[in-house]
Design a protein. Sequence first.
Length: 140
Amino acid sequence: MPNFMEAFTNAAGKAKNATEVSNLKRKILYEQERIVEVFADIGRKYYKNPEEDPAVLKVLCEDVDTRRRRIKQMRFELNSIRGYKVCPKCDSEVNEKFQFCGVCGARLPEDDEDEDLNSLDSGDYYTESDDFFSADSVKY
Ligand SMILES: [Zn+2]
């Protein structure tokens, strides 16, 4: 006989996760859009007045960093709800049970290796478009 309560609990858990996933996705999208707006704001301010007080622009840059950290944390949460981890090398989403990335073959961090969610590297822009920053990098 199937355990009704267990089935019920699982279904409730799945529904809760689905809500959390869509909330996180919505919040990430919001932050991504804000980042693009802040970048535009920085550009506009500099264009209008290249002598602009650098402190003003710095505040905006720090705002971008704060949002990027938020996105990084939310993506981490999102992936743990969905049972994924992100390959540190190629950014692919991989089942968290795997030890190696199926896309590039890199070794994946173990669960007990703490990921520093406050660190940002140059690849962590997380804007909705991957080539938003492509002008930054020269491709050969
Ligand atoms: Zn990979």
